[in-house]
Design a binder for this molecule. Structure first.
Ligand code: SF4
Ligand code: SF4
Length: 371
C-alpha cells in the first residue's frame, strides 16, 4: 500500500496573510518587481517608460545571463511573489527563457502586459505552466479612442483579440483601468466591459512623470473635481499598493520622507538592473551589476528609511497625508524637490478625504503653513 499522502493545502488568503506577517516579523523581502525591458509595441500617451522605448537604449537593458543571476538571488533571499513587467514583457525574444526559469524557482508570477501581443502559441505555452496572474491595461472600449491613446492603429483590436485568447485559454487575467481626463466619461462602459469578462471593476487615477523627468504625461490627469464625483472603489489605493491611508485627519507622527511601505518587504529592479524599493523611487538606487541583491537591499533600504524632511514643507504637517499619492521622486521631477508638495496630489488628497470623513478637510496649501 502506498504511504503517499496528499500535501496539506490552505486557502490563498491565509497563505498570503501568513507570508506577509512572517515577512514583517523577520524584516524579510518577499515581493519583487522586475522590469524586463522598456521596449513596447505601443506608445501610450501617459507612459512613463516610453522615453527609453528606443533602440539607442536597448543595449543597456539586463541580459538573459544577468536576469538568471538575479532570479537565483531572489530565490535565495526568499522572494515569493515576482512581478514581471515592462515596457511589454513579450517584446523580449527571450521572454520564455526568463519565464520558465522564474517558474522553475517556484515564484508566484504576476505578468503585466498591454495584452496586444498574445497569440495562440503564447497562450498555449503559458498554459503548460500558468502564471499566478496576468494584468492587462484597459484604457478604453472605444476603438478610435484606444488607438489614439496608444498611438498605434489596430491596437484596440489586438487588445480585444488578446483578451479573447486568454478567456478561451482559461488563463487567470484581470483588467486594469487608469481613469484620466480623456476616458473618465467612459467609466460605465469600462465597468460593463470588465464585468462582462467576469471580473470586478476597479480603477486607479495617479499618473507619474516619465522616467527621464518629462512631465508631459501629466497632461492626461483626471480633474480633482471629477475624482470627487467618481463612485468609490479601489481608486483610493495607490498604484503601487504600498501605502496605508483611511486614518483620521491628523498630521504625520514622524518626519520620514517615505511614509509608505517603501523599505519593508518589496523591491523593484528596473530594466537597467538598478535596485530600489518601488517603481517610482529614484532617490536611492544601487546597481545590481556592481552589487549582490542582498547587499543592494541592505544599502537601499537603510538609505530609504533614513531619508527625512529637512526643510519647511506643507507635507510635514499635512492632515490629509494619508489620502495622498505624493512620491518624493515625483515631487522632485514635478515640483523641484523631493520634500515639496505636489499641488495636484494635494487637490486629490483633499477630494478623497472630503468623501471619507464627515468634516471638510483644510487644503494643505491654503492652511497658513507655507510649502
Ligand atoms: S503598453 Fe505600457 S509600456 Fe507600452 S506604451 Fe503603453 S503604458 Fe507604456
Ligand atoms: S503633497 Fe500635499 S497632500 Fe500630499 S502630503 Fe504634501 S501637502 Fe499633504
Amino acid at each position: 500500500m502506498s504511504d503517499r499522502r496528499p500535501l496539506a493545502t490552505i486557502p490563498y488568503g491565509t497563505f498570503s496573510e501568513r507570508a506577509h506577517a512572517r515577512a514583517a516579523a523577520d524584516c524579510q523581502v518577499i515581493k519583487a518587481q522586475l522590469e524586463l525591458t522598456y521596449r513596447c509595441n505601443l506608445h501610450c500617451r501617459h507612459c512613463y517608460t516610453d522615453p527609453y522605448n528606443d533602440s539607442a537604449w536597448f543595449p543597456r537593458e539586463l541580459t538573459l545571463a544577468e536576469i538568471y543571476r538575479l532570479l537565483g538571488e531572489m530565490r535565495e533571499i526568499g522572494i515569493v511573489w515576482l512581478n514581471l513587467t515592462g515596457g511589454d514583457i513579450f517584446m523580449r525574444p527571450d521572454f520564455f527563457d526568463i519565464y520558465e526559469a522564474a517558474a522553475g524557482h517556484g515564484f508566484l508570477l504576476q505578468l503585466y502586459t498591454n495584452g496586444t501581443l498574445f497569440t495562440r502559441a503564447i497562450v498555449e505555452r503559458l498554459q503548460t505552466r500558468p502564471p499566478f496572474s496576468i494584468d492587462i491595461s484597459c484604457h478604453s472600449v472605444d476603438e478610435s479612442q484606444f488607438d489614439w491613446f496608444t498611438q498605434v492603429p489596430g491596437s484596440y483590436r489586438a487588445f480585444r483579440r488578446g483578451v479573447e485568447l486568454l478567456q478561451a485559454g482559461g488563463l487567470p487575467f484581470s483588467l486594469k483601468t487608469k481613469l484620466m481626463n480623456w476616458n473618465a466619461g467612459e467609466i460605465e462602459q469600462l465597468r460593463q466591459f470588465t464585468e462582462a469578462a467576469g471580473q470586478p471593476f476597479g480603477y486607479t487615477t495617479s499618473l507619474s512623470p516619465r522616467l527621464n523627468g518629462d512631465c508631459s504625461s501629466l497632461h492626461y490627469r483626471i480633474d480633482p473635481n471629477t475624482v470627487r464625483r467618481l463612485p468609490a472603489n479601489q481608486e483610493t489605493a495607490p498604484d503601487s499598493g504600498e501605502c496605508d491611508r483611511h486614518t483620521p485627519l491628523l498630521p504625520p507622527s514622524h518626519d520620514r520622507l517615505f511614509r509608505c511601505g517603501c523599505g519593508t518587504d518589496t523591491i523593484h529592479i528596473n530594466a537597467w538592473g538598478e535596485l530600489s524599493t518601488c517603481t517610482f523611487q529614484y532617490e536611492t538606487r544601487v546597481s545590481l551589476r556592481e552589487h549582490s541583491l542582498s547587499d543592494g537591499i541592505e544599502q537601499v533600504f537603510a538609505a530609504t528609511r533614513g531619508l527625512a524632511y529637512q526643510g519647511e514643507s506643507a507635507c510635514r504637517t499635512c492632515a490629509v497625508h494619508t489620502f495622498c499619492d505624493k512620491q518624493p521622486t515625483q515631487a522632485r521631477w514635478e515640483s523641484g524637490h523631493p520634500e515639496s508638495p505636489i499641488p495636484y496630489a494635494c487637490d486629490i488628497a483633499v477630494a478623497r478625504a472630503s468623501r471619507a470623513v464627515p468634516i471638510t478637510p483644510i487644503h494643505p496649501l491654503r492652511a497658513g503653513s507655507c510649502p
